[in-house]
Design a protein around this ligand. Structure first.
Ligand code: SF4
Ligand code: FES
Length: 334
């Protein structure tokens, strides 16, 4: 059976499966109410229904020419490129920059691994770890771009390894891989996020309500229209992967700078109409280590795998700070 006709065929098969009991029920009902002609018609329709069901069941059991995965059906239907996996077995070199504590310097280790069209850099590294070097340290968890733990530098750019295709990343058959720079190194490709998380915590990334009992005794629903929601929603997609921090030239040169992640979260909560912290939140980041430290390089937004756009959040924060100051809302001396 040709895969393009699969959906019509299944529709007919299920139609005949559902039709047979329905005709039987109609036949019994017509007999009970004494409508002989209608009962005869239902009985007559049962014969072709059984015939269609028999033929289609036979095709279903014996008639498949090929087994096509569901995903490929979808890709073919959409006219997308579908790779049957014929290029699996390609090899790439993973050139991993690892720190050698004995020598006090970084060294490049090269692992040759086989990949398919869809192998991620993370999976290629795990293959290298399993087959060549079980000391290779990599941090990861979800493998689906959600936990934010597999950040590393691939071909000079901070990326999520699980969301980066190994074949597409290979240049002349090699992928250059190293740890992120803005976070202290733990081992090999794993970096320490303690400071990054502390920065995030330092800016109160929570919704503030004056009445703290509300969460136990909610009295009302906070209605929000689309426009109000869109003010903060894009900034709430952050998975705390730290890629923006790694890409940011200011974070890399000024250890006091709060960084794009934390600042974007300040704006996320400030822009949320349910938040009641008001200008207090803005006062916390009205400094050179806060919003004014940003030089609007925009590298953070380019690196973000979730489209959070921290660069725009920081510029909006600056404008909110200025507006609050001009309106005299800042505390004396702030
Ligand atoms: S803003 Fe984007 S790049 Fe930065 S930590 Fe959040 S998800 Fe990662
Ligand atoms: S392993 Fe979770 S984001 Fe990559």
């Amino acid at each position: 059976m040709k895969s393009e006709h699969a959906s019509n065929y299944i529709f007919l098969l299920y139609g005949s499966i559902a039709g047979i009991p329905l005709l039987m029920i109609l036949y019994v009902i017509f007999r009970l109410i004494g409508n002989g002609a209608a009962a005869f018609a239902a009985e007559a329709l049962l014969v072709p229904a059984f015939f269609v069901f028999g033929i289609l069941s036979f095709i279903e059991i014996f008639g498949h020419e090929e087994s096509v995965p569901a995903a490929s059906l979808l890709l073919k239907a959409e006219g997308a490129q579908y790779h049957e996996g014929t290029d699996s077995g390609k090899s790439v070199y993973l050139n991993v920059k690892k720190f050698n504590p004995a020598k006090g310097q970084f060294e490049r280790f090269s692992y040759k691994v086989k990949i398919t069209r869809f192998t991620s850099v993370l999976d290629a590294l795990l293959t290298a770890k399993a087959k060549h070097d079980n000391t290779l340290s990599i941090r990861y968890s979800c493998r689906m771009g959600t936990c934010g733990s597999c950040g590393m530098v691939v071909n000079g750019k901070p990326v999520l390894a699980c969301q980066t295709n190994a074949l597409d990343s290979s240049k002349d058959g090699a992928v250059e891989i190293g740890p992120m720079q803005a976070h202290p190194l733990l081992k090999d490709l794993a970096t320490n996020f303690d400071e990054f998380f502390e920065e995030h915590k330092s800016v109160d990334s929570t919704l503030y309500r004056r009445n703290r009992n509300e969460k136990y005794k909610a009295r009302k629903v906070f209605d929000m229209d689309r426009e109000e929601m869109e003010k903060f929603l894009p900034y709430s997609y952050c998975i705390m992967c730290g890629l923006c921090q790694d890409a940011c030239p200011v974070s890399n040169s000024n250890g006091n700078f709060l960084g794009p992640q934390a600042l974007a979260q300040v704006y996320r909560y400030h822009a949320d109409k349910r938040d009641q912290k008001g200008t207090e939140r803005l006062e916390e980041v009205d400094s050179l280590s806060g919003a004014w430290g940003c030089e609007f390089a925009g590298a953070c937004s380019k690196a973000c795998p979730k489209g959070v756009d921290p660069a725009s959040a920081i510029q909006l924060l600056k404008s909110e700070i200025m507006k609050a100051k001009m309106a005299g809302k800042f505390k004396e001396g702030a």
